[in-house]
Design a protein around this ligand. Structure first.
Ligand code: AMP
Length: 407
């Protein structure tokens, strides 16, 4: 099992220096930490996002992998594996226009389709010839919703982009423009939840440090409810979808697709979190010939995981939003599993037991707020010229930019 350290040890509260008797200038006094300072910092962040455009997030140089809809699914998957990415925008070269995104969700639907309808041999030959443009037919056959053809202009504010991401439940937003020479549509880049949050964490360090209220108190994430409040007959840890090491991978893949989630905590018989199975792990199965591998148990599937797997990040419900954003600045984290900590243990709990899950969707939803979309679709009243950043935002490496490595 790979488990990384909990994030609480970096808490800004713990890093505060001991009081000294030496007088200090007013500006050096630590900020008063209350609801008001938290709310002020949140408002400042929202205004910051309203005053910056998607263009501001782009690194100086980046690559963008675009796949033609005529490409065979098999080649597209090879392209993912070779380039270490798990999604790419699609291009219809007959009509010279953007044609949606290929993501891990599509791969999951494909796997489900073949699992239900065919045997391994036919699945393999079909994937040799199946083209990306046919994937939508598979979604129809499965009866799952076709993803909306969602996009934004790179000139739109980050706040608008984030609101659009939240209201459509998308994890990434293609940015399209018109080529002034040809008049054709052009795919400029992809805005992801991670890039947006990392941009905030790099450029708004002062505000981030003031977001000191605990994640659970802020309602960020999905948490286990008291069994007496859960609907009758609900499984333990409801409403969280969980699995054990002996659960068949197919059951988990079904949860991914049915509930629209991208990870499932793996727990032992006492509810202690031992790992996390993510939608990106399905890509490994595809490499192995996934149409059969779904009969594997989670334990067997995890054995196939790359040794580069960065680990599962855990936190406790009392960790702050600021700490989480500081972590996003330092490492490519897409979700955290919330577990009971020492404090819970003193109250009769069990250290390491599953309490909840926090994904980037939850964090972004909180930062953007729940205002209706129409308030934010108009261009901002004052368009700021591109501004030099105090702390340049190009924190992403070329590998990360342009394409995403998250489902
Ligand atoms: P995601 O698509 O993974 O960002 O998650 C979308 C929403 O589902 C978020 O509000 C998460 O807190 C929630 N969620 C993620 N994983 C699970 C899970 N295993 N069980 C229940 N809810 C989850």
């Amino acid at each position: 099992m790979t488990m990384s350290a909990a994030i609480s040890s970096n808490s800004p509260r713990m890093l505060r220096r001991a009081t000294t008797t030496r007088r200090r200038a007013g500006s050096q006094l630590p900020p008063v930490q209350g609801q008001e300072s938290h709310d002020n910092a949140l408002n400042m962040l929202r205004n910051y996002l309203k005053g910056r455009t998607c263009y501001d997030v782009f690194p100086v140089s980046f690559r963008l992998i675009v796949l033609d809809t005529k490409l065979e699914v098999k080649k597209a998957l090879q392209c993912f594996l070779l380039n270490g990415v798990v999604s790419a925008p699609l291009w219809n070269s007959e009509k010279s226009c953007f044609a949606g995104m290929l993501t891990v969700s599509d791969i999951i639907h494909l796997i489900q389709y073949y699992y239900h309808t065919s045997n391994f041999a036919t699945a393999v030959t079909d994937v040799e010839t199946l083209r990306l443009e046919s994937l939508r037919d598979i979604e129809k056959a499965l009866g799952v919703n076709t993803p909306p053809l969602l996009w934004a202009s790179p000139d739109q504010s980050l706040y608008e982009a984030a609101s659009l991401l939240m209201q459509t439940h998308a994890r990434r937003l293609p940015l399209l423009d018109n080529d002034t020479e040809t008049g054709h549509e052009m795919i400029v880049s992809i805005m992801t939840q991670y890039r947006l949050l990392k941009f905030i964490s790099i450029n708004c360090t002062k505000e981030v440090a003031l977001l000191h209220l605990p994640l659970r108190k802020l309602g960020i994430g999905t948490y286990v409810v008291d069994p007496k409040d859960a609907p009758e007959g609900s499984p333990p840890f409801w409403p969280l979808a969980t699995a054990t090491m002996s659960t068949p991978v197919f059951d988990v893949v079904h949860e991914f697709s049915g509930r629209g989630i991208s990870a499932v905590p793996i727990i032992d018989e006492e509810g202690i979190v031992v790992n996390l199975y993510e939608t990106v792990d399905v890509i490994t199965l595809v490499r192995l010939g996934a149409y059969q591998s779904l009969d594997l148990t989670i334990a067997q599937a995890l054995n196939e995981r790359s040794p580069d797997f960065p680990g599962v990040v855990i936190c406790t419900a009392s960790d702050s939003l600021g700490t989480l954003l500081q972590l996003i600045n330092k490492r490519r984290v897409h979700r955290l599993v919330v577990v009971e900590g020492e404090e819970d243990e003193k109250r009769g709990g069990r250290k390491g037991r599953l309490l909840g899950i926090i994904t980037l969707t939850d964090v972004l939803r909180y930062l953007v707020g729940t205002a209706p979309l129409h308030e934010h679709t108009e261009p901002p009243e004052v368009k700021l010229p591109p501004q030099p950043q105090e702390n340049p935002q190009q924190g992403q490496s070329q590998q990360e930019s342009g394409t995403t490595s998250e489902a």
